[in-house]
Design a protein around this ligand. Structure first.
Ligand SMILES: Nc1ncnc2c1ncn2[C@@H]1O[C@H](COP(=O)(O)OP(=O)(O)OP(=O)(O)O)[C@@H](O)[C@H]1O
Ligand SMILES: [Mg+2]
Length: 372
């Protein structure tokens, strides 16, 4: 797939932008703070319904404005798709989605119209940060490939919230048969957990294979192996429903004490191993970068295999950081893939074989794109 049109209004430092990108590689270059990442963020928002750098949607609305529009047109194998996200700072709902010009019933309906793979400096957090960063990575990528996954995840998280609320209420001495109510929530939660764990297991098995192959090709050192392993209470069981029910039962007293649910896929993690040792502690800076690059390249291959579509690749500030071998691996994987690449100097993108160059500048406080 590729973006054939992008329109922004009152989005970050864009007052208004209309862009008809090419199918190939587009370079966005300009000074720090000019608005390059903002444009990639808009495409990311269209693909997964949220920013890659903030959980607060309001931050994306231009200061002092009452609504931001992000409109995109994509060409997919089945034809042209049209989608729009509107963000409101003050009125509810604060995020609205239009598909083909009509309001979508749920935000999750927007998945599957635009597919992106973003690779930026903050991706190193997948390795460095705690398990939540890795779960976010899994959830965002998997939702794009399997839109039904996001619905399943929401169902699970909503049951989890209710169970946690009950655990809090019982600590505060609310009457009623708490155990009977917990029994009911345990069943709901276990039922929902199955539809979270199975797709995660599938996704991570596939991605691990692709990423390991990419890493091996880049590192060119047979002794240096990169492994990704799914870690979690239900990561390997053949009977996730039963195991979840048993786990919840086993931890119920502890949960009552702590007032939250300690067992289940909301505690999942991803082990990243270099030569069998923990990458975060053992790997060098360059090895960490290569591992993340391998995961991204593996993801492109996975999307292509699974969906029969290429994603749009959003490369924020990373191209100039890579050495020749890593650049080549990236360009190889990006063949035939619509790519947006940001850098501060046009010369940094030399070798990217770009089809279009845009200079991003700030005029009267707003970002302006000039094609060169
Ligand atoms: N809600 C907003 N309203 C108006 N301007 C905003 C808003 N949010 C961010 N900005 C502005 O957008 C600019 C940052 O844009 P962006 O992150 O795209 O820069 P960049 O070109 O990627 O820079 P760098 O090369 O440093 O990464 C900043 O000048 C910031 O003040
Ligand atoms: Mg930037």
């Amino acid at each position: 797939m590729y973006f054939s049109a992008i329109r922004l209004q009152h989005f970050r430092n864009y007052e208004a932008l209309e862009l008809t990108p090419l199918r190939g590689t587009t370079v966005l270059y300009g000074a720090n703070g000019s608005g390059k990442t903002n444009l990639l963020e808009a495409m990311h928002l269209l693909s997964v319904g949220r920013s890659h750098r903030t959980a607060v949607d309001r931050e994306m609305i231009s200061e002092g404005k009452s609504v931001a529009f992000v409109h995109g047109q994509t060409q997919r194998l089945d034809g042209r798709h049209e989608l729009e996200v509107r963000l409101y700072p003050l009125v509810k709902p604060q995020k609205r989605v239009l598909l083909f010009g009509k309001p979508a019933e749920r935000i999750t309906d927007m998945m599957g119209h635009a597919t992106t793979v973003m690779f930026g400096p903050e991706d190193l957090r997948i390795v460095r940060d705690g398990p939540a960063a890795r779960r976010r990575f899994i959830d965002m990528q998997l939702s794009q490939i399997r839109p039904s996954y996001l619905k399943a995840l929401k169902r699970y998280l909503s049951a989890l919230e209710s169970r946690n609320a009950l655990l809090k209420a019982q600590r505060c001495g609310t009457d009623g048969d708490v155990d009977a109510q917990l029994d009911a929530w345990d069943e709901q939660l276990a039922g929902a957990a199955v539809f979270v764990v199975e797709p995660r297991r599938w996704f991570l098995t596939e991605l691990a294979q692709n990423a390991a192959a990419q890493y091996a090709a880049i590192a060119e050192n047979p002794g240096e192996t990169f492994e990704m392993r799914y870690v979690g209470h239900l990561a390997t069981t053949e009977t996730p429903y039963r195991q979840m029910l048993e786990g919840l039962k086993r931890t119920r007293n502890e949960d009552k004490q702590r007032m939250y649910t300690t067992y289940g896929p909301h505690r999942d993690d991803l082990a990243l191993l270099l030569c069998g040792k923990e990458l975060r502690a053992y790997g060098s800076q360059g090895q960490l970068r290569t591992a993340v690059l391998s995961m991204k390249l593996g993801e492109i291959a996975l999307i292509e295999n699974e969906m029969g579509e290429t994603p749009t690749l959003l490369l924020d500030d990373v191209f100039s950081e890579l050495d020749a071998r890593r650049r080549n691996a990236l360009l190889q994987s990006a063949q035939g893939v619509q790519t947006f690449l940001t850098c501060t100097d046009k010369a940094d993108a030399a070798g990217a074989k770009a089809d279009a160059y845009y200079r991003v500048t700030v005029r009267d406080g707003f970002a302006v794109l000039q094609q060169e």
